[in-house]
Design a protein around this ligand. Structure first.
Ligand SMILES: [Zn+2]
Ligand SMILES: [Zn+2]
Length: 149
């Protein structure tokens, strides 16, 4: 018997957009940056990074260029954030709250804790004052690693 492929499903609030992610995420974190806070209307963004080819999305999306190297896609009906893509990364960031099941992806680290809410208990994971996602992705791109989403 072959090994069973794990599939995670999720979607937007209205159901017009559905997605599936297979296997397991590359990394999981929380982002407290001001763009994530405002885009989600939430105290932080729980992001779940998969290889681009491991994610399948169905439904109408609207895109927003949130920085010169990053695009965010939302449901064109209900505006729920669906994913974020960094140019040329080969990765796609889904959001922990979009999955159909809860408690799937506990965070391994936190970014942009400069903007972390004071009332939020500490989770015992690495806290980075700014963004280290790109640094983890590729140490050689150090200059680009400290950046706003
Ligand atoms: Zn929707
Ligand atoms: Zn962010």
């Amino acid at each position: 018997m072959g090994q069973k492929v794990v599939r995670y499903t999720g979607g937007c609030a209205c159901g017009a957009v559905r997605f599936e992610a297979i296997d397991k995420p590359l990394r999981v974190g929380l982002c407290h940056c001001l763009t994530c806070r405002k885009h989600h209307g939430a105290a932080f963004n729980p992001f779940v990074v998969f290889p681009f080819e491991a994610v399948f999305i169905a439904g109408g999306l609207r895109s927003w260029r949130s920085s010169e190297h990053s695009t965010r896609l939302s449901c064109e009906v209900c505006s729920s954030p669906i994913c974020q893509q960094e140019d040329d990364s080969g990765e796609i960031e889904l959001h922990g709250g979009s999955f159909d099941e809860t408690s799937l992806f506990p965070p391994e680290y936190e970014n942009w804790t400069l903007h972390r809410e004071d009332w939020l208990p500490h989770l015992g994971v690495r806290e980075h004052p700014a963004d280290v996602s790109a640094e983890i992705l590729d140490q050689s791109r150090h200059v680009r690693s400290w950046r706003q989403h």
